[in-house]
Design a binder for this molecule. Structure first.
Ligand SMILES: [Cu+2]
Length: 296
């Protein structure tokens, strides 16, 4: 008897530990999602506010899928509870031996297929929208490097590096771990194609509010496009492919400006970032060089 009790206790403990572990895992995943948000707000649980047609449609699809998945989960949970109560041992001393029911089998095959078709239609539409080679207003080349971004405007002969602002140099309105010295400046209300490539290891160009996410791989050019909505606004993002020790320190800032302000910026940028001028090497570049020397 004692042994049985002990076994029961140990079973309960194991089960409880299982629940605790699952709970912690779910919290961890939620935390990761929050941490991945491009302009994270404390305790933010949902996606960031979408900007532009692709992000809006992606958010709509996500919300639709959330309803579908919730209905399915509630339905399956209901079925399980129903079965556990109705077919428990007490009122069913002699268990049923039913193993087939043609109608139910047809239903549980056809209904999931229909659900998949309903999901596939908006999903393929969105995929087509993101992949289609649409005419765009401008092209920007993005190169990922350990651990900063390089932006090039091929039509304007402008290229520059974009580094995180160190914590001690932050000004009042700048965000820790997100703001950079040279943001990628673009005019508002434009469709932009990004040609994304890499200089060393794999990185990923990720700006969630604009639905941009594409790998940056050396020796290969990936394409992605987005529509920058009207309005002067900063869109924050981060490298979301683990790329080395300073992976967390290569944020992305896309600064949308009204056309006239953009033109003014471009005029200055053509002087400041004219190709072949000596680039300012900041703290992180120095750090990187030091490390390379140490390894050698
Ligand atoms: Cu990276």
């Amino acid at each position: 008897m004692m042994k049985t009790n002990f076994q029961n206790m140990s079973y309960i403990w194991k089960k409880s530990l299982g629940y605790i572990f699952s709970g912690v895992s779910v919290l961890f995943i939620l935390f990761l999602n929050i941490a991945q948000a491009s302009e994270p707000k404390p305790w933010q649980m949902d996606l960031q506010e979408p900007a532009g047609i692709i992000a809006t449609k992606a958010t709509d699809l996500h919300n639709f899928l959330l309803v579908v998945i919730t209905l399915i989960s509630v339905f399956v949970l209901g079925l399980l509870v129903y079965v556990c109560i109705k077919f428990r041992e007490k009122p069913n001393v002699k268990p049923s031996k039913t193993s087939h029911h043609t109608l139910i089998e047809i239903i549980w095959t056809v209904v999931p297929v229909l659900i998949l078709v309903v999901i596939a239609v908006p999903s393929f539409k969105l995929l087509y929208l993101t992949e289609a080679d649409k005419p765009v207003d401008m092209v920007v080349k993005v190169s990922g490097a350990q651990w900063y971004w390089n932006y090039e405007y091929p039509d304007e002969d402008v290229a520059f590096d974009s580094y995180i602002i160190a914590e001690e140099d932050l000004k009042d309105n700048q965000k820790r771990m997100l703001d950079v010295d040279n943001p990628l400046v673009v005019p508002e209300g434009t469709k932009i194609k990004f040609l994304v490539t890499g200089n060393d290891v794999m990185h990923s160009f990720f700006v969630p509010s604009l639905a941009l996410q594409v790998y940056s791989i050396a020796g290969r050019v990936n394409e992605i496009w987005t529509e920058i909505p009207m309005g002067k606004k900063k869109y924050y993002g981060q490298c979301n492919q683990i790329c080395g020790v300073n992976h967390a320190y290569m944020p992305i800032v896309i600064q949308a400006l009204p056309k006239n302000e953009y033109n003014e910026w471009l005029k200055e940028a053509k002087v400041k970032f004219a190709k072949n001028t000596l680039k300012e090497i900041n703290k992180y570049a120095l750090l990187e060089k030091k490390e390379v020397k140490e390894i050698k």
